[in-house]
Design a protein around this ligand. Structure first.
Ligand code: IPD
Ligand code: CA
Ligand code: CA
Length: 262
């Protein structure tokens, strides 16, 4: 079986566990990692289940897991056990598991599983992007006045930066979306449901899988792995329809300096 098939089975299994935890989320003890940043046994157990499965399948590979840290290897699996933890804990069924395979600082494989809708988004480097096995063919808008723009915002973002970005994009005639899971928003971009998204400081487990899916669907997507510190340091995450890039970068000049891969 291919790496993609094995990883797809592993992420689906992790997703079923996340879904079972979601059904009994009221029983979970919640710890706070920072301002508006929570973790429960669901995050920890889903990650540990995924790491055990991948360790059986690929014993020489390393990991970068949101909840359990790093183990280096020539190939590394980047894991977010629940992207959208706040949604999950509040009962909003919008969250996902992310899994990416990185080798020599290149993302080879990206998977994002939405367990509540049983939808698996997946891409391989140079091999295209798929949604439940079907090739993704987005139909993006190429004018901001007809676009939907995704905005992530965590408590790390300065309120004035966010409000400036929101008012400029609203003045252009675009409409905003903020679902609470950066990974699912990258899938929405790949699918052509939104036309651009930007967050100045997401973590590798939020972004790496989804950026490959967006890029393989045809978007301009930031190269999260450009800096050596990508495993730990927050990096900008940008994905945008190619036809919209000139207008969006004129509106938000800060995105012009973000290294992108076409
Ligand atoms: C968060 C989500 C959210 C984004 C935050 C992330 P988590 O991930 O992706 O949409 O705005 O910056 O930290 O904590 O739910 O895994
Ligand atoms: Ca996350
Ligand atoms: Ca998470």
């Amino acid at each position: 079986m291919s790496d993609t098939a094995l990883a797809s089975a592993a992420i689906r299994e992790a997703g079923q566990l996340a879904r079972a935890f979601f059904e009994r989320r009221h029983e979970l003890l919640i710890d706070q990692k920072g301002p508006q940043d929570y973790v429960s046994a669901a995050d920890r157990e889903v990650e540990s289940c995924l790491i055990s499965r991948l360790s059986q399948l690929f014993p020489d590979d390393g990991f970068v897991g949101e909840e359990s840290g790093q183990r280096h290897g020539a190939r590394e699996w980047i894991i977010d056990p629940i992207d959208g933890t706040t949604n999950f804990l509040r009962g909003i069924p919008v969250f996902a598991i992310t899994l990416a395979l990185v080798e020599a600082d290149v993302t080879q494989l990206g998977l994002i599983y939405d367990p509540m809708r049983d939808v698996l988004y997946e891409a391989t480097a140079g091999g295209g992007a798929r949604c439940n096995g079907e090739p993704i063919q987005p139909l993006w808008r190429s004018a901001l006045s007809q676009s939907l723009i995704g905005l992530c915002h965590s408590s790390r973002l300065h309120p004035e930066q966010l409000t400036a970005r929101i008012s400029s994009v609203l003045r252009s005639g675009a409409i905003l979306r903020q679902p609470g899971s950066a990974a699912l928003m990258l899938c929405d971009l790949a699918m052509g449901r939104i036309d651009g998204l930007y967050d100045a400081d997401l973590k590798a487990w939020d972004s790496v899988a989804g950026l490959l899916i967006a890029r393989e669907a045809g978007a301009i997507a930031s190269n999260f792995l450009a800096k050596e510190s990508w495993r730990t340091a927050p990096q900008p995450t940008l994905a945008v329809a190619p036809g919209l890039y000139p207008e969006l970068s004129a509106l938000w000049p800060e995105i012009r300096d973000i290294p992108c891969l076409p």
